[in-house]
Design a protein around this ligand. Sequence first.
Ligand code: CA2
Length: 176
Amino acid sequence: MPPEMATTSKAGADGAAANGGSGGPVAVLVIHGPNLNLLGQREPEIYGRTRLGDIDRALKQLGRELGLKVETFQSNSEGAIVDRIQRARGRARVLVINPAAYTHTSVAIRDAITACDLPTVEVHLSNVYAREAFRHHSTIAGIVVGRIMGFGAEGYLLALRAAKRLIETQRAAAGA
Ligand code: CA2
């Protein structure tokens, strides 16, 4: 099984790997949208003091504990996010995504998730309903399995635990 799934990538990395069909660790792809690379460096009163690298390290550590291979990816570009979702088709078992500002605008990301048939957990650091009205609409809310928001960086770890449950459910349904 290639080691790539254990690495953090910026735009362009393939992350080819494992979907757990052979009983080994399975793949969860975590995507962070635009400006989340600034986490911990700007607007800590809204987004907290934790840096993105700290979140990615915590996700990989929890992934090891849960027996899940975790790949993380951040991009400020909508097209790069669509490309990364497409590359995960048939490879990742679950997608965890914080599309950031694209949450509120991107039909392209919604279409990519639908086309790739990836069970998806939507994450937001802040409670978007406690903020401006334009943040209340999510283009992906209707196609994701569930949404976690308002718990800061901890929300990603909650999402990974949810991903683990989804994978167990998939396995049970497949009779594995
Ligand atoms: O609460 C969230 O996680 C959001 O997805 C964050 C997005 C925002 O547009 C959504 O409405 C809610 C913004 C991410 C920008 O991240 C920054 C981090 C540090 C400094 C500035 C921006």
